[in-house]
Design a protein around this ligand. Structure first.
Ligand code: AMP
Ligand code: ZN
Length: 432
């Protein structure tokens, strides 16, 4: 049941002692980088000043902008010839963030991700199809190495080419997949088109859903369609990628591996820690990385610590599924809205299809939100009444939840382009 029993169920006191020791080492390592070296000197910071874990608060946060400003090598804490791998974030704005790993870093990452997938039930007997982009994105190579370490037979399918994906699943008896949730929904349409039933015609039993926010309802929808168990996988390139936090078989929050990462949740406005169980921005410090240690990284991801122990007995705390990023929040007529709120509602409405997109526009001084929603084929009967009823229902349900009245446009299945990578949920036309 455990990949690394000693570490997974160790008592919290010992875990804290390990964290303190590793944090001190991290500060020492980080000091060797151009960025932290300069900053520690200016601020009079060093590892000797760290007496308890609370002392981490004396260190400033690190942001995406800091990483960008030091592009490409300003965060490197080892001689360049010790680096063996580079990855990069999939961000669409500004310069992509790059992260470098030594051989030990790749090993540590592989091991902690192997811990995750083993925890969710993957074994050497599985045939694992990795349907993520290979290349700079961490979800490709990262998962590939971890699945090999568990001993599964790995099919490095990469992203896209839906028909071939389904063919591979059938030909080689794929039992486990790694897939972006929005793509899993898109792929279900291709299964339908080909008249292949994933429950009857494939051996799929486990899926790892990662890389983008998705609601519990969306997970259940995917599980029901494919007849497998789907586990939420959270990570970001700055903290290696997948392997940061993962669901166990209880599917009740994601264990965040505190022997690898020091976790804080802060109020993104005041930057003060929130009380346990309260929502805020996740801040993380690498505890083992040597190539590119990062201290107090502001992830911009919103979540909360789920209080209490998990029934699985693991000591590492759990975070709630990610609500979104602070910069994904839309402010419309003074109301704060996250795309996932819209997704959650839509998934509950019968007749709603698999994809949607939110379009924001400005008319005069007024902001408007249009939600374009794919509907299921059955609703297109030639009769306009069911369509109009559905449209009204979508408006009503959304209004009840987000408190503003969106415009709703129903469209045919497949008319919103599916992406191979993370879904684009918001198109903001308000900016000049
Ligand atoms: P990247 O570094 O390009 O892989 O992007 C990482 C970002 O993707 C994170 O900071 C999150 O915003 C998002 N992300 C990754 N996995 C998940 C997940 N399971 N749920 C919600 N958001 C996720
Ligand atoms: Zn658990």
């Amino acid at each position: 049941m455990y990949w690394d029993k000693d570490i997974e169920i160790m008592d919290r006191e010992r875990l804290a002692a390990i964290q303190l020791e590793r944090f001190k080492k991290t500060v020492k390592k980080a000091q060797k980088s151009v960025y932290y070296g300069g900053m520690f000197k200016r601020m009079g910071l060093n590892a000797g000043l760290v007496k308890s874990l609370d002392d981490i608060r004396n260190f400033p946060f690190t942001t995406k902008d800091d990483l960008r400003a030091q592009w490409p090598y300003g965060f490197i804490a080892v001689p360049k010839d010790k680096l063996i791998r580079m990855h990069s974030s999939s961000g669409t704005t500004g310069r992509a963030i790059v992260v470098f790993h030594t051989a030990a870093d790749v090993q540590a990452w592989t091991d902690v991700l192997a811990r995750c997938i083993y925890m969710a039930g993957m074994r050497k007997t599985d045939v694992f199809q990795n349907m993520m982009t290979y290349g700079l994105f961490t979800g490709g190579l990262g998962f590939h190495y971890a699945a090999e370490k568990v001993g599964a037979l790995v099919i490095p399918a990469g992203a896209g080419n839906s028909k071939r994906q389904i063919q591979l699943m059938r030909d080689f008896g794929t039992t486990a997949i790694h897939i972006i949730p929005s793509y899993a929904l898109h792929l279900s349409k291709v299964f339908d088109e080909l008249k292949v039933d994933p429950v009857r015609d494939t051996k799929l039993r486990i899926a790892f859903l990662g890389a983008e926010p998705h609601s519990e309802r969306m997970r259940r929808k995917i599980e029901e369609y494919y007849g497998f168990k789907a586990y939420n996988s959270y990570g970001l390139s700055e903290m290696n990628g997948p392997g940061v936090s993962f669901e166990c078989t209880h599917q009740n929050g994601m264990h965040i591996w505190e022997d690898h990462y020091l976790v804080e949740i802060i109020d993104p406005k005041t930057l003060k820690p929130v009380s346990d169980g309260e929502e805020g921005e996740l801040v993380m410090t690498t505890l083992l990385r040597e190539g590119m240690p990062i201290i107090r990284y502001r992830t911009k991801d919103l979540t909360r610590i789920i209080p209490g122990m998990c029934a699985c007995g693991r000591a590492h705390r759990r975070i709630e599924r990610i609500k979104g990023r602070t910069d994904d929040m839309m402010i419309i007529k003074g109301v704060n809205i996250f795309p996932i709120q819209i997704e959650k509602k839509l998934m509950e409405i019968p007749g709603v299809g698999n994809n949607f997109v939110i379009i924001l526009e400005r008319e005069g001084y007024d902001d408007h939100m249009t939600v374009k929603v794919e509907v299921q084929n059955e609703v297109f009967t030639g009769d306009l009444r069911p369509l109009e009823d559905l449209r009204k229902r979508v408006i009503d349900e959304l209004r009840a939840d987000i408190l503003i009245t969106p415009r709703v446009k129903l469209v045919e299945p497949g008319s919103i382009p599916a992406t191979e990578g993370k879904a684009i949920r918001v198109i903001d036309n308000r900016k000049e």
